[in-house]
Design a protein around this ligand. Structure first.
Ligand code: SF4
Length: 85
């Protein structure tokens, strides 16, 4: 086993299975701009949820694969979801 493979095994990361626990970036919601439409919450319910202020918030940045989070980002009508490196 190569050193890289050992590291991936040690991190419990399996790119072939689309494991998303170790993403290099995280989604972030600009609450000032959020209009509470709910699209991101319905697209990625394990990443986004409404806070007590009725605005969307990220409660689990690794709750979905990046491609699914990107789908939520692309669908946001006011483009207030961003990636943070
Ligand atoms: S999709 Fe955008 S506007 Fe709609 S709830 Fe999510 S962050 Fe707010």
């Amino acid at each position: 086993m190569t050193a890289g493979a050992k590291l991936l095994q040690w991190n419990n990361y399996n790119p072939l299975q689309g494991d998303h626990k170790y993403m290099a970036r995280s989604p972030w919601v600009d609450k000032e701009s959020c209009i509470s439409c709910g699209l991101c919450v319905s697209t990625c319910p394990d990443v986004f949820r409404f806070g007590s202020d009725t605005k969307s918030q990220v409660f689990n940045p690794s709750g979905a694969p990046e491609a699914k989070i990107q789908e939520a980002i692309d669908g946001c009508p006011v483009q207030c979801i961003l990636w943070k490196e």
